[in-house]
Structures are given as structure tokens and as C-alpha cells.
Write a protein that binds this ligand. Structure first.
Ligand SMILES: [Zn+2]
Length: 500
């Protein structure tokens, strides 16, 4: 009678009972229900090959029928009966057909996605035998492939091949195929051929071809990384080149910002590396002006700003359109490296910290209301100062004109103006926005003007006490002397006429 024992039957049930044994007459599995009772069962243990006793005569409802090792054998070490039986069955099937299907193999490619190494294929096998000591590892089935290499076949019933075993097999450099039969527990042992040969899930735990391909890919990756590293070094050198261009308009913005007292928002003497070809202060001034020009709710984002700079070709050409991955690689090599975007963002953050701008969610900024107010007041003050400067300068120039015929020259106006401010411990702009001081200076200069006019006409008048540092005394006396001389020479003429 053909046995329909299944894979599951081979293994001790949940109470540890052995239910299937090997018939010594034909080597086939026999169920406990099929054999004679006691020592006459004619069966041996699949695991250890020892004689077994069948216990199947008593009432199965009272106690489960099962095979047992003989008490006199004192067996404590036999736990592999089922495993061995399954391996024997697999070996028989493979030996009978002399072949097995290998699965397609892949290995992670450069992009991490699997690359096929070999397709699924059926291979011819010879010399199929059961586990033999091969080094210290006992593979389930060993066979030889047509190219002479050995193939170890692991039959995984419930648990996959443990990692430590895979590691050892890997070190041996043999091909290792694992066939997983865990989902075929209810299959009769004599209907396992297709399952073992072709259909059960299988994978090549170790494959020389996969190893070679993986090594090739690793080498290729190394080559690419080396090339990228060289490119990164080149770009770092570019990044560290000093600015190579001056932008006239931007330079004017810098000067204006400086005039307004906003030097603190620019890096004037900057020698840090940069992604830009213009000096840092120039693009900073451009960012600052962009904020001035933008009315909330419009905002300025670092991306917008970099796009504008890109249009103006302010970015170092080699660094434009750099891939994020490359800039990350460069940053890993050079801590000081920043992309144009990062530099602009860092500047906007700095303005934010100084409460010049606010940041809206999503890295976009606008100038604060308070700062705009401050800016407006500054500009108004500067306008007043400019107007006052022109007024004082007008009178100053007029005096200069009066003295010109005498070959006299007044000090340079800007230098003189600074002296006036210094006298009051003020900056020039502060001096020019102090109404009292400006009026005083204007009145005083006008008074000098008036006196000079008078003296030039021969009339005596006192110069003001405060000559504001102007060297007028000798000049004015000289003017008067010239008038008298002219008058006297006219008188001499008349006298001569009378006397003749
Ligand atoms: Zn045994």
C-alpha cells in the first residue's frame, strides 16, 4: 500500500511524538498506523538509524500511538528524525532527476536597484549525496554541477538557514541553494518532485556569479566615487578663489548703505570663500535693497534671490547647477563650503536675528515694519543733511569767489565741514541735522560775506569773532589795503593835475 505520509508527518507532533519511521525492508516512510506493534514493526529512526518500537495497540483515545526509541538505547540526543527524513526524500528526488532549478539572481546595482546576474534556469547535477562532513558544516544535500563546482542544497522546512551557517558556507566559496518547503507541509512525500525541483521558493544564498558581479559593481562605484571626489576637490578650489568681478551698480549700493550707517549688515573686508564672483558685501547690499523694495505681503526668498544673481551671472560658473548630492559631498570634504543658496539664506537669517527682517513659514522673508520706519527716518534725516550741506556750501563758495581775485584759497569744503562737526564732537551728518548749529554756521558765514563785501568797497567793518577756522584776517586786510591803494593812486592823479 502506497503511503501518503506528508512532510508534516515526518516531524514529531506538538507532544514530541514520532509518527513516521523508516521501513528497513524498502527504506520508505511508514506511519505508526501501518506497522505491527512493538519491536516487530521493522522500522528504524530516520534520524539516528536505531531500531524503534511501535506503540499502537492500546486505545488511541487514551494515549496517542507513536514510535519510540528502545529504553535500553537510552536515546537523549536524537532530535533530527524528521529533518533527516525530509533531506533523504529531497536527495532521492534530485538524484532521480539529476537536476534542479536555480532561481534568477540579482545584486544591488549602482543605484541600489537590483541588477539581474543570472536568469532562472534548470541545471544538470551529478554525484548527488546526503549530508557529509564538508569542513565543519553539514549541508543537507551536496551535488556537483556540470562545470565541476559543488552545489550545497539546504532544505528549509520551517526555519530558514541560520545566519552563522550561511556565513560558514559563504567562506567555503561553494554555491548554496536554499529551497523552502514550509508551505508544503500537507503534501504527500511521494508527490514532492516538482516542488523540490522547480516550484518551491528558492534562493541562492551564495553564488560565485553574484559575488563577481557585486565586486564589479563595487569597483565601478569606487571609480565613480573617486572621480566625484576629484571633481569635489576641483570645485572646492573654485569656491576658495577670491572674488573676480566688481559690479559698479552693486558697489554704489554698498556705498549708499554705508552712508546710511548700515555697515553692520555687510561684510566689508571679507576673505571667506564664496559661491559668488562679486565681493560678499556687494551681493549682501543687493539682498538688502531687495528687502527695501519689497512691500509686504510680498516676500523675498533665498531661491528668488539666487535666481536673480544667476541671471546677473554673479555665481561662479562652475558652481551653478551643482547637484544637491555633489554639494553634500563637497560639504563633507570642506566644512566651510556653502552653496549660493545657503550663503544667501544664512545672510537672511542674520538680518532676521538683527530684527531687520521677519521670516514667514517656508523660508521666505520680508523687512519688518519697525526697520522700514527706521530706514525711512534715516533717509529723511539724510535728505535734510544734504539740503543743509548745500546751503552752507553755497555761502562758503560765495566767500571763496570774493577772495579769488586776491589769489586766496579756502580749505577744501568737506574737510572744513568735518572740522566744524568735530568742534561739537559730532559726526558730519549729525552736525548737518542740528538746526541750531546749521543756522549758526550759515549766519556766521553770511556775516563774513557781508564784511568782505564792505571791506572790498573800502568800508570798515568788524569780522565776526568766530572765523570758523577760516584764514580771513590777512585776506580781508589785504582787500582793504588794495582799496586804499587804489583810492590814493586816483588822488595822486588829481594832485598832479592841480600842481601842474
Ligand atoms: Zn533516532
Amino acid at each position: 500500500m502506497a503511503t501518503k505520509a506528508t512532510i508534516a508527518d515526518l516531524f514529531p507532533d506538538h507532544t514530541g511524538m514520532i509518527l513516521v519511521a523508516k521501513d528497513v525492508s524498502d527504506g520508505l516512510p511508514r506511519r505508526i498506523t501501518e506497522v505491527a506493534n512493538g519491536g516487530d514493526c521493522g522500522c528504524v529512526c530516520f534520524g539516528c538509524g536505531r531500531r524503534l518500537i511501535a506503540r499502537n495497540r492500546f486505545d488511541p483515545t487514551a494515549r496517542a500511538h507513536s514510535f519510540a526509541h528502545r529504553p535500553e538505547d537510552n536515546v537523549v540526543d536524537c532530535v533530527s528524525s524528521g529533518e533527516t527524513a525530509l533531506h533523504m526524500r529531497a536527495k532521492e528526488i534530485i538524484a532521480k532527476h539529476c537536476r534542479v532549478t536555480l532561481p534568477a539572481t540579482t545584486t544591488p546595482g549602482l543605484d541600489g536597484k537590483p541588477v539581474e546576474v543570472s536568469p532562472e534556469r534548470s541545471i544538470q547535477l551529478t554525484d548527488v549525496h546526503l549530508e557529509t562532513a564538508a569542513g565543519e558544516v553539514f549541508p543537507d544535500v551536496i551535488a556537483t554541477m556540470s562545470d565541476g563546482r559543488r552545489l550545497f542544497i539546504e532544505i528549509a522546512n520551517t526555519h530558514p538557514c541560520p545566519p552563522e551557517k550561511i556565513e560558514k558556507l559563504d567562506a567555503m566559496g561553494v554555491e548554496v541553494l536554499e529551497i523552502t518547503v514550509s508551505s508544503y507541509q500537507r503534501h504527500p512525500l511521494d508527490e514532492l518532485d516538482d516542488i523540490i525541483l522547480d516550484t518551491a521558493p528558492r534562493k541562492l544564498i551564495h553564488s560565485a556569479e553574484v559575488k563577481v558581479k557585486a565586486a564589479e559593481i563595487a569597483e565601478e562605484r569606487r571609480r565613480i566615487e573617486e572621480k566625484e571626489r576629484q571633481e569635489a576637490e576641483r570645485l572646492i578650489a573654485v569656491y576658495r578663489e577670491p572674488p573676480s568681478a566688481r559690479h559698479r551698480k552693486a558697489a554704489e549700493l554698498v556705498e549708499e548703505m554705508s552712508l546710511w550707517g548700515f555697515d553692520e549688515f555687510m561684510d566689508a573686508d571679507d576673505t571667506r570663500p564664496s559661491a559668488f564672483i562679486v565681493p560678499r558685501r556687494q551681493w549682501q547690499a543687493a539682498v538688502f535693497y531687495r528687502f527695501m523694495d519689497t512691500q509686504y505681503p510680498a516676500t523675498v526668498s533665498p531661491i528668488d534671490m539666487v535666481d536673480r544673481f544667476r541671471e546677473r551671472k554673479w555665481e561662479k560658473p562652475d558652481l551653478v547647477f551643482m547637484k544637491t548630492e555633489m554639494s553634500r559631498k563637497i560639504a563633507a570634504l570642506a566644512e566651510d563650503f556653502k552653496s549660493a543658496y545657503d550663503e544667501v539664506l544664512a545672510y537672511m537669517r542674520r538680518l532676521e536675528k538683527a530684527e531687520v527682517v521677519y521670516q514667514k513659514p517656508g523660508k521666505t522673508f520680508y523687512m519688518t515694519h519697525d526697520f522700514k520706519k527706521k530706514l525711512k527716518a534715516t533717509l529723511e534725516t539724510l535728505e535734510v543733511a544734504d539740503a543743509n550741506r548745500e546751503v552752507i556750501k553755497g555761502v562758503y563758495r560765495h566767500i571763496e569767489e570774493l577772495l579769488k581775485p586776491r589769489g586766496a584759497r579756502l580749505p577744501d569744503f568737506d574737510g572744513w565741514l568735518k572740522q566744524q562737526a568735530d568742534r561739537h564732537d559730532l559726526a558730519v551728518e549729525e552736525f548737518l541735522t542740528d538746526d541750531d548749529l546749521v543756522c549758526g554756521a550759515e549766519e556766521n558765514l553770511k556775516e563774513m560775506n557781508r564784511v568782505i563785501d564792505k571791506r572790498a568797497a573800502g568800508e570798515w567793518d568788524e569780522l565776526p569773532d568766530d572765523l570758523m577756522g577760516l584764514p580771513l584776517v590777512d585776506l580781508v586786510n589785504g582787500l582793504m589795503q588794495a582799496w586804499h591803494n587804489a583810492e590814493e593812486s586816483v588822488g595822486d592823479g588829481w594832485r598832479a593835475k592841480i600842481e601842474n
